[in-house]
Ligand binder design. Structure first.
Ligand code: HEM
Length: 398
């Protein structure tokens, strides 16, 4: 089976379309959660943080240790205002577009080095040789952790994705899954505790030192909060961008004429990156918890419920994106929700966009051929949150 047909066979997009048409706000009675599929409703869930909270306190979690929980509860992504605002202000400066732009030469250098590593070869694996090492090196340097530990980071990210198959609060019956999750959490805690200790003794000019020195209303961050921030940034800072780059190759396999257009008009690269984010969004869904009884799409959701906002579906909503199932390199406007929306909108979006742009600038300059192999086996990541592939071999020629 060709790569493109295999890809089509595994896509969630026809299911989303049918849900948008027939059950746009849907209660999953088996698992006891709600799901929203239309752009308008997903946007509402993400904008209305008062009713659709990120704080686990609204969820009446069973007092058992075999339920899926976020890896670190004390992290930005799980906070509501006013705590969220204070914490976000504390970390956001290095992620402003202006600060991120200063990283351009370093990102270019890493990109060139990665392509030097495959020079003379006829094939490379998009994930292993390029799309994984690029963002993980960038975020490791920013945080101030050794990027030589990247095999360890990949292991942690892979376990988080592979074992986070369910929805927060759902029971996990498989003891092996629970054990693997716990082990990764313990390893990450130990790892960052050692780094925090080292930075306390010997401060450096990195983000971890900055976090250690930061005060919120006269108070320092607790150890739990520091661990939550570091782990979130390390994992969120690479896994998603890896899939952005790899999904861009999937889009090019499906629309080969887009590659010709990019070669003729490299100024289209930023708009290409935006369309990849919309068309094959690396993050497909976000979870919220209802703080009050709340109406959406004509349905009332009781307080304390889980709500899955399918951004991957919102980004294919015909009402907001004409010819939504077509990849359009020049789509404008393109108000996709791939980075979320509202107060939790992705902190790393400027960095991810820059990495995507630099990656394709350099790839197009350096490689005259970078097509997926016709007989590539399509190996999707087994997750309903992260959309991407495990491996992606391509043919290359300088
Ligand atoms: C939040 C997607 C890259 C750090 C988010 C959210 C989404 C997202 C959808 C919203 C979560 C929510 O509302 O609950 C993506 C995608 C990326 C990407 C698709 C790449 C293509 C990055 C990078 C970093 C990062 C490179 C760090 C360097 C964060 C953080 C948050 C976040 C810290 C939490 C923000 C908050 O709660 O205020 N991301 N992300 N992300 N992302 Fe990203």
């Amino acid at each position: 089976m060709s790569l493109v047909s295999a890809m089509k066979d595994h896509e969630p997009f026809p299911w989303y379309q049918s849900m948008r048409e027939h059950a746009p706000v849907h209660y999953n009675s088996e698992e006891d959660y709600w799901e929203v599929f239309r752009f308008e409703d997903v946007n509402k869930v993400l904008s209305d943080h008062k009713n659709f909270s990120s704080d686990l306190k609204y969820l009446n979690l069973p007092n058992e240790d075999n339920v899926i929980l976020p890896f670190f509860k004390q992290s930005l992504i799980q906070m509501d205002p006013p705590q969220h605002k204070t914490f976000r202000n504390l970390v956001n400066q290095p992620f402003w577009p202006k600060s991120v732009a200063e990283l351009t030469p370093r990102i270019q250098k890493i990109t060139y080095e990665l392509l030097n590593g495959v020079a003379g070869k006829e094939q490379m694996d998009v994930i292993d040789d390029f799309a994984y090492p690029l963002p993980v090196t960038v975020i490791a340097e920013l945080l101030g952790v050794p990027h030589e530990d990247r095999d360890l980071f990949k292991h942690w990210a892979d376990v988080q994705v592979a074992t986070g198959v369910g929805v927060i609060g759902q029971r996990i019956d498989d003891p092996e899954t629970l054990r693997a999750r716990q082990q990764v959490q313990d390893e990450m805690s130990r790892y960052f505790k050692t780094i925090l200790e080292a930075r306390r003794k010997e401060p450096q000019s990195d983000l971890i030192t900055h976090l250690l020195a930061s005060e919120i209303q006269g108070e320092r961050l607790s150890e739990e909060q520091l661990l939550g921030f570091c782990s979130l940034l390390l994992i969120a800072g690479h896994i998603t961008t890896t899939n952005l780059i790899a999904n861009a190759f999937l889009c090019l396999a499906e629309y080969p004429e887009a590659l010709t257009s990019l070669r003729n008009r490299p100024e289209l690269i930023p708009s290409f990156v935006e369309e990849v984010l919309r068309y094959r969004s690396p993050v497909q869904r976000i979870t919220r918890f209802t703080a009050t009884d709340t109406k959406i799409g004509g349905q009332t959701i009781r307080a304390g419920q889980r709500v899955l906002a399918w951004i991957g579906s919102a980004n294919r909503d015909e009402l907001n994106f004409p010819n939504a199932n077509q990849f359009d390199l020049e789509r404008n406007p393109n108000p996709h929700l791939a980075f979320g929306h509202g107060i939790h909108i992705c902190l790393g979006a400027p960095l991810a966009r820059l990495e995507g742009k630099v990656a394709f600038d350099v790839l197009l300059q350096r490689l005259s051929d970078m097509n997926c192999l016709d007989d590539t086996v399509f190996e999707p990541i087994e997750s309903s949150v992260i959309y991407g592939v495990k491996q992606l071999p391509i043919r290359i020629q300088s």
